[in-house]
Design a protein around this ligand. Structure first.
Ligand SMILES: Cc1cc2nc3c(=O)[nH]c(=O)nc-3n(C[C@H](O)[C@H](O)[C@H](O)COP(=O)(O)O)c2cc1C
Length: 222
C-alpha cells in the first residue's frame, strides 16, 4: 500500500483547487486503505510565552469553513487557544506514507453546533465529559470513578444529558495546508496551499480559486 502511493507520487496537476477538496480525496483514500483512526490528528498549541504543547484529538467534521474537533474549553489546549488561537493539526498517515499539516486559527463553534454534536455521542461519553475536568489534577482513579457513578445515577441511560458549558468544539480555519507524499530516495513530494490575502497581487494567480480569494500552491523541498 505504502509502495503504491510512493510510486504514484503527488503532482501539481493532480491537486484540487482548494485544500479542503484535496483533503476530502486523501481522507477517502486513507479510509479505504483501512488505516486505524484516520481522523486522529496531532493538535499543537502554544501558550502566551510561545511554549508549545501537543496531543491527539479526533477530527469530527470539516468543510470549507475549517476542521472541527471537540474538547474541554478549560483544558490546557483550551486555555492556550483562548490566549493564542494559532494552532497546528497534523494527520500522521504513516501506513500510506502520507502526512497532512494544517496551520491556522481556532475559534469556538456555536453552542447549537456543540449541542447537536454532543447529542450524537454515546451516553457514557456524555457522562465522561461531565465527570472529567480535563487537564486538572485528580487525587485518584477512585475519585474519577465515583464522580462517574454519581453522574450515572443522576442521568440514567435514556435520559437526555446536556452538554457541559465547559465542553465544546473548535473550528480551525486553515491558513496553510501541506500535503506530503513519501517518495523514493527521500525525494518526497510536498505541496502547500496558502490562503491568499487581500494584499496578494492578482498577477501571480495560478488560476486556481477557492474560499475567499483562492489559494496559492507551492512545492517545497523535502
Ligand atoms: C486517539 C486519541 C483521540 C483523542 N481524541 C480527543 C478528542 O477528540 N478531544 C479531546 O479533548 N481529547 C482527545 N484525546 C485526549 C487528548 O490527547 C488529551 O489527553 C486531552 O485532550 C488533554 O489534553 P491537554 O491537557 O493538552 O488539553 C484523544 C487521545 C487519543 C490518544
Amino acid at each position: 500500500m505504502r509502495a503504491h502511493y510512493r510510486d504514484a507520487g503527488l503532482d501539481e496537476g493532480d491537486l484540487a483547487p482548494d485544500p479542503v477538496t484535496q483533503f476530502a480525496g486523501w481522507f477517502a483514500q486513507v479510509r479505504a486503505a483501512g488505516l486505524h483512526e484516520p481522523n486522529a490528528m496531532i493538535c499543537s498549541t502554544a501558550d502566551e510565552d510561545g511554549r508549545p504543547s501537543s496531543r491527539t484529538v479526533l477530527l469530527k467534521k470539516y468543510d470549507e469553513r475549517g476542521f472541527v474537533f471537540f474538547t474541554n474549553y478549560g483544558s490546557r489546549k483550551g486555555r492556550e487557544l483562548d490566549a493564542n488561537p494559532r494552532v497546528s493539526l497534523l494527520f500522521p498517515w504513516h501506513g500510506i506514507a502520507r502526512q497532512v499539516i494544517v496551520s491556522g486559527t481556532a475559534e469556538r463553534t456555536g453552542r447549537d453546533e456543540t449541542a447537536a454534536y454532543f447529542r450524537t455521542r454515546p451516553h457514557g461519553s456524555q457522562l465522561g465529559a461531565w465527570a472529567s475536568e480535563q487537564s486538572s489534577r485528580v487525587a485518584s482513579r477512585e475519585e474519577l470513578d465515583a464522580m462517574f457513578a454519581r453522574l450515572a445515577e443522576r442521568y440514567p441511560k435514556g435520559e437526555d444529558v446536556p452538554a457541559p458549558a465547559q465542553w465544546g468544539g473548535y473550528r480551525v480555519r486553515p491558513e496553510t495546508v501541506e500535503f506530503w507524499q513519501g517518495r523514493e530516495n527521500r525525494l518526497h513530494d510536498r505541496l502547500r496551499y496558502s490562503r491568499r490575502t487581500d494584499s496578494d497581487s492578482a498577477g501571480d494567480n495560478d488560476g486556481r480559486s477557492g474560499d475567499g480569494g483562492g489559494w496559492r500552491i507551492e512545492r517545497l523541498c523535502p
